[in-house]
Design a protein. Structure first.
Length: 373
């Protein structure tokens, strides 16, 4: 690319920290770096016009896991590891709310519900039976019971008779959150370049060389915060997972508010004012949805519409306003990866579909690791 002296001097010279990815994690890492080292030069490179992963495309759930998700995690994690995961999500949400303010992100704590399909009778009965055990497990985190049995007062059909309610769950406006983070970053003097994809990097004598299709730059330290796209930069413990979502046009007298989980969290829906946002379904075709390419499939979009018609809004006419997809970063373990990959190169990835809950905290922790190293 043909840069002027001014562009080179202002944007690309003497970079202390270069961050790949301008999502929740990347922006929070940048803000923590500037807080700790106000004079540092921090540059964020983002391959999309907007963050291309899940940060601006998620459903806006301020959650830490439904009861069936927690039971599922206990199959592959120790009880202590599960408690630590939930604690990290809770702390991350508290940090997000503290950093930006509830009004700015439109945080609303309307509670979360889990529904169980007619086919999930065994899981339903296990969840009801184990509510006391899980409440006891999470007692150190919340200091009171988290889950309780609730009535189906919303008119949902083709589900088990009772719901499981969690009063601590909330929802946010993802667009407002990301706009506030970008504004804060710019005010702190953090540079953000959009439409710049990092293809590779290598160690140099005094830092890291970062290569994009149009140019290369040098930074003292590199932080990878791309999550769903981490495998493109050689972080093989993270696999991409596409999540498809749709939203309805406004519905008069919408019969519910709050956040809702279905089928071990593979489906999720909520109100956005008088609209319904509904997403999920990647368990219908894991292989196709293990991709970092955005897109929609008829299989999943048709299933989402079917569940809206038969289960969620059985006697309500609705129209779909728009559909989209986002890319999450998942792996064999739920624990995020926060580590030094090599000298002066760090990563904060594998948020496991919990970016809103833990993104702020992962950004803070990866920044602090980079500062210490």
């Amino acid at each position: 690319m043909n840069f002027s002296f001014w562009e080179t001097d202002s944007w690309f010279s003497n970079i202390d920290y270069c961050i790949v990815g301008s999502g929740i994690t990347g922006l929070n890492a940048a803000l923590r770096l500037k807080q700790a080292e106000p004079g540092s030069r921090v540059l964020i490179l983002e391959k999309g016009m907007l963050p291309e992963g899940a940060s601006t495309k998620n459903a806006g759930f301020a959650c830490f896991g439904s009861i069936s998700e927690i039971l599922d995690d206990l199959k592959t994690h120790s009880p202590q590891e599960v408690v630590e995961l939930v604690q990290k999500r809770k702390r991350g949400l508290e940090l997000l709310r503290k950093n930006l303010g509830d009004d700015v992100i439109d945080y609303q704590e309307k509670g979360g519900y889990e529904l169980f399909t007619e086919a999930d009778k065994e899981l339903y009965e296990e969840c009801l039976q184990r509510i006391p055990q899980i409440n006891e497990l999470l007692q150190p985190v919340f200091r009171e019971d988290v889950f309780e049995v609730a009535e189906n007062k919303f008119g949902f059909r083709k589900i088990q008779p009772k719901l499981v309610f969690n009063k601590f769950e909330g929802q946010i406006d993802t667009g407002k959150m990301m706009s506030a983070l970008v504004k804060k970053a710019i005010e702190k003097g953090i540079r953000i370049l959009n439409g710049v994809e990092v293809r590779s990097f290598e160690q140099s004598k005094n830092g890291v060389n970062i290569n994009t299709p149009g140019f290369s730059i040098k930074a003292q330290k590199l932080i990878i915060a791309t999550n769903g796209f981490a495998s493109r930069l050689g972080i093989d413990e993270v696999k991409p997972a596409r999540a498809q979502v749709l939203v309805t046009k406004p519905i008069q007298n919408l019969p519910f508010e709050g956040t809702f989980h279905l089928d071990k969290g593979y489906y999720y829906f909520r109100n956005i004012g008088d609209r319904v946002l509904f997403g999920g379904g990647r368990n219908l075709d894991f292989k196709t949805e293990e991709t970092d390419e955005t897109g929609l499939t008829d299989l999943i979009q048709n299933k989402l519409r079917e569940l809206l018609e038969t289960c969620i809004l059985p006697e309500t006419e609705f129209e779909i306003q728009q559909s989209w997809s986002g890319i999450m970063g998942v792996g064999a373990q739920k624990k995020p990866i926060i580590k030094e990959l090599s000298k002066n190169v760090f990563c904060g990835v594998r948020l496991g579909g919990m970016g809103i809950a833990i993104g702020s905290l992962i950004g803070k922790e990866i920044a602090e690791l980079a500062i210490r190293s």
